[in-house]
Design a protein around this ligand. Structure first.
Ligand code: ADP
Length: 454
């Protein structure tokens, strides 16, 4: 399952915490309101009991209830004389002293016909030596309705509130993650361009993300420095090796001219000479690659006929091809031209054709073809009918010093295709290899109509 992005996860957390906090806030508000309503009801019952008590008087040897000041509406009451008889009563039966136990001086809850009531039994009064009991009660329906409405409003308001919170959370997260998105894009651009000098653009604010960008840029700088040191070392070492290898080769060639050389000495000198040639080629290739990476090889594009170059390559390699019984065929329109550095293009086609001879089939054939794919864009193919490249090796053949089958041929060092790839890409083109064991290999190059600006 695809994982949720940080933005969605943060939005969900934001939503969850908003719902939770709103719920907690509402619960606290509900408890407080319930307590306040209960308190108000208790106060009105206490006040009513006091009013009722104040209106009981002695008259003609008996107690009477004057009922001059009206008691608050909704309150029922019952006044009981010492002998248990009713002096006065008003309202619901709940106020009578039947059923609900007396809770002297305090409040109790009672239920009548599924309706909750609050009942207050006032402390017994003594009026002219006679004890009088007063019970007042009021329905809790109003309070319960108020609380029910509160809950309904909460449930009604919660979904749009949650939706709003999710929307705000999503926008906020998008804004806060924007610098990270920019960092990802910059990093991708650097990787795609293969440009070690590229850096992440610094964010406007120097917060944690700013710090992260600075740290990553420092890391890129350190890596770039290391790459540069390595390139410098390779370039310096190759340069330093050039002269001694040239001297060794010249001396060996001179020694080989001597007459009457013992047979084994001659054989050893031939070995030294061939290793010298191999080393010279390797040094040149390493220098080419390091110079290319440092951008020190100017392209100098020019228009030329592709057929001329391909014919030149066929002629230059005809001896080597003939030695392996390989036939080089050309398929290129004579009027096909392209814009490129002619010397680099020649080197590219030479590398690929030499490989096709080296790794091709004895007695086989090689086809060098070129055609215009789209206006100005040239499609080139170098195809052989050799044993091919295994699927495990194929993704690596353009890597430096990678050799799929080192035992088959010792003349190369695994740099030829890296140089070929650099030449094509420096001109804005694309090279790829298609191969399968025993099915030959074809290198396909797309060469753009015009090279990129330097
Ligand atoms: P090398 O100097 O070894 O030829 P390259 O970079 O030119 O180095 O090639 C890398 C590896 O790719 C070679 O060692 C070889 O195994 C493989 N390769 C290149 N071209 C071909 C081809 N036409 N057929 C089969 N294998 C090839």
């Amino acid at each position: 399952m695809k994982k949720l992005t940080i933005r969605w996860r943060m939005t969900l957390w934001f939503l969850l915490s908003t719902v939770l906090l709103t719920g907690l806030l509402f619960a606290a508000l509900h408890i407080m309101t319930a307590a306040l309503l209960q308190q108000a009801l208790e106060s009105s019952l206490t006040l009513a009991a006091e009013q009722i008590g104040a209106q009981i008087e002695q008259e003609n040897n008996g107690l009477v209830y004057e009922n001059e000041t009206p008691i608050a509406p909704g309150i029922s009451y019952y006044i009981m004389e010492e002998n248990g008889s009713e002096l006065f009563s008003y309202g619901e039966d709940i106020a009578s002293f039947d059923g609900v136990p007396i809770h002297e001086g305090g409040f109790s809850d009672a239920v009548l016909e599924q309706q909750r009531y609050l009942v207050l039994d006032a402390s017994p009064l003594t009026v002219q030596g006679e004890i009088v009991r007063i019970r007042v009660s009021a329905s809790c329906a109003q309070n319960e309705e108020t609380l029910r409405t509160m809950r309904r409003v909460f449930l009604l308001v919660l979904p749009p509130l949650a939706l709003l919170a999710a929307g705000i959370g999503f926008l906020l997260m998008g804004r806060s993650l924007q610098p990270i998105r920019q960092m990802i894009d910059s990093a991708r651009r650097i990787i795609t361009a293969g440009d070690h000098t590229g850096r992440l653009s610094a964010p406007m604010v120097q917060d944690e993300l700013g710090e992260l960008t600075d740290t990553l840029n420092q890391m890129l700088q350190t890596l770039d420095d290391a790459f540069q040191r390595e390139r410098r070392f390779t370039a310096d070492a190759s340069h330093e090796l050039r002269t001694p290898v040239t001297v060794i080769r010249a001396c060996t060639e001179e020694l080989l001219l001597c007459e009457n050389l013992p047979q084994t000495t001659g054989a050893h000198l031939h070995t030294i000479l061939s290793e010298c040639c191999r080393m010279q080629r390797l040094i040149e290739q390493m220098l080419t690659l390091t110079r290319a990476q440092e951008g020190r090889i100017p392209l100098r594009p020019e228009r030329f006929a592709v057929a001329d170059v391909l014919e030149g390559i066929r002629d230059a390699l005809s001896d080597a091809a003939r030695a392996s019984g390989i036939r080089i065929q050309l398929s290129v329109p004579s009027d096909l031209t392209m814009i490129a550095s002619q010397s680099l293009f020649t080197q590219l086609m030479l590398n690929l054709t030499e490989n096709a001879i080296k790794y091709g089939r004895n007695g086989g054939s090689i086809l060098l073809s070129a055609q215009e794919a789209e206006p100005g864009e040239v499609l080139l193919r170098v195809q052989d009918d050799g044993p091919g490249i295994s699927p495990e090796d194929l993704p690596h053949i353009f890597e430096r010093f990678y050799r799929a089958d080192a035992a088959r041929d010792r003349s190369g060092a695994g740099l030829g295709l890296s140089i070929a790839q650099w030449i094509v890409e420096a001109h804005g083109g694309h090279i790829q290899a298609e191969s399968a064991p025993d099915a030959g290999t074809v290198f396909i190059i797309r060469w753009p109509a015009a090279p990129p600006a330097p």
